[in-house]
Design a protein around this ligand. Structure first.
Ligand code: UD1
Length: 430
């Protein structure tokens, strides 16, 4: 079984290059099937989630040409079916973006219903509401969401909750609908804006992405484009909190500092120095960390995808911190693992009350999901002694060459396959 083995206690120091945003890539890949012309996408992260979505696309006839590990050409002129099987949806929830993309282009799509996942229940009522408002019929049969429309017509849609997924899906379905669609209360995440920019580069007419109202004027067709995906805000934030927790000095490169503002603000509050350059941010953690309170919120609030990482850092701060999770109810499952490393955290409902401790100690831990997995690796890097991290396939869903990038900052971490590898690692580091 593949694991990470980590020998902690070394401050992370140096520079790390951030890749393309996974969540933007997933939306953009799905949207790339909306034209029959060839689309070139650059700065594509080479992670499990994007690779599985590419496979799902190939399964319905999309031609995928990998130019190199971060550049892909997509041609959807030979799509031969509009059904996305359960196998893909099970592996990656975001294949449901193909619903909006295929509905928008072919007026029909059938995608397996995404099931639950280990950060809490994830309803899709707002997606369905949006498709229906555009004139589509939506029904659920045999575990599939089946949506079809004789005609898609622009509409005025008010989102009851701020949802990244629903905003993305409805935006794609509306791009070629007749007339104007207005989405009120949309998500404003950088990847929503990136998708709108991508679609506009294909000839769509979308205004207001990133604000409280998105206005889409339908166009009859989309055309070829070449597009570069934005940097990954969450990957960058993960390295920034790794610097904080390990008392390090890390510069994240190839980032958009504006996208990192809520993260930088919290790092400042807990006593780190954060220095912004044009496309880089440096985090220096040279003083004892202060406690703080944080609540996850839709962008530009503090991201739920950074909640485990800040909790790990606050677990090592002076005093009591409160972290409130307002997006997903079950996103504190990793706390039990962190407790085994010596953290003092009590979870009550959607709130974690954290009494800072002086140190964590290495342990055998298991990644419960993608972001919590990365956060536990940060804890292991800060901890005294050796840790093993199981179920790293979750981490590989969204972090490219994670151990390699950490080693570039001086971390002692390795991906291992068996006891012998672990013994070799121990022999080298201890
Ligand atoms: C996306 C991200 C995920 C991130 C999350 C929050 C992708 C592929 N995934 O997930 O990494 O953690 O945003 O930033 O980009 N909701 C409803 N009804 C709906 C849809 C959502 O009630 O129809 C609720 C959800 O239960 C949740 C909240 O809205 O409480 C936000 O969900 P949403 O923004 O849709 O998250 P995802 O798009 O699934």
């Amino acid at each position: 079984m593949e694991q990470y083995v980590v020998y902690g206690g070394t401050p992370l120091v140096g520079e790390v290059e951030i890749g393309g945003a996974k969540n933007a890539a997933l939306a953009i890949l799905a949207a790339s099937v909306m034209t029959d012309e060839t689309v070139l996408i650059e700065n594509m992260p080479d992670v499990r989630d994007t690779n599985i979505l590419l496979q799902a696309m190939e399964s319905i006839g999309v031609r995928v040409n990998r130019i190199d590990s971060h550049t892909v050409e997509v041609n959807a002129s030979s799509i031969h079916e509009l059904v996305i099987e359960d196998d893909y949806i099970k592996k990656i929830r975001a294949s449901y973006y193909l619903l909006g993309a295929l509905l928008g282009k072919y007026h029909k799509a059938e995608v397996a219903l995404p099931g639950g996942c280990n950060i809490g229940s994830r309803p899709i009522d707002q997606h369905i509401k949006g498709f229906k408002a555009l004139g589509a019929d939506v029904r659920i049969e045999h575990g599939l969401i089946i949506t079809e429309a004789a005609h898609l017509r622009g509409s005025h849609i008010y989102m009851d909750v701020v949802s990244v997924g629903a905003t993305i899906n409805v935006m794609m379905a509306a791009v070629m609908a007749e007339g104007v669609t207005i989405i009120e209360n949309p998500a404003k995440e950088p990847h929503v804006v990136d998708l709108a920019n991508f679609l506009n580069s294909m000839g769509a007419n979308i205004r207001g992405a990133g604000t409280d109202v998105i206005r889409i004027r339908g166009v009859s067709r989309l055309h070829r484009t070449e597009y570069t995906i934005i940097p990954d805000q969450i990957e960058a934030g993960t390295f920034m909190f790794a610097a904080a927790a390990t008392k390090g000095d890390v510069t994240v490169r190839n980032v958009i500092p504006k996208h990192l503002e809520s993260i930088s603000a919290k790092l400042n509050e807990i006593g780190c120095d954060v220095v912004e350059a044009e496309d880089a941010v440096r985090v220096v953690s040279s003083r004892p960390l202060n406690h703080t309170h944080v609540k996850t919120l839709p962008y530009p609030g503090f991201p739920t995808d950074m909640q485990p990482q800040i909790t790990v850092a606050l677990g090592l701060s002076c005093g009591t911190s409160i972290v409130t999770e307002s997006i997903y109810e079950s996103r504190f499952k990793y706390v039990d693992e962190l407790t085994r490393m010596g953290a003092s955290i009590k979870v009550e409902g959607n709130t974690a009350i954290i009494d800072g401790v002086a140190r964590y100690t290495g342990a055998g831990i298991t990644a419960p999901d993608l972001r919590a997995g990365a956060a536990l690796v940060i804890a292991a890097l800060a901890a005294e002694g050796m840790s093993t991290v199981d179920d790293i396939h979750f981490i590989e869903r969204g972090y490219e060459r994670f151990p390699e990038k950490l080693r570039g900052l001086g971390a002692q971490i390795e991906k291992v396959e068996n006891e012998r590898d672990i013994r070799k690692f121990r022999f080298r580091v201890v």
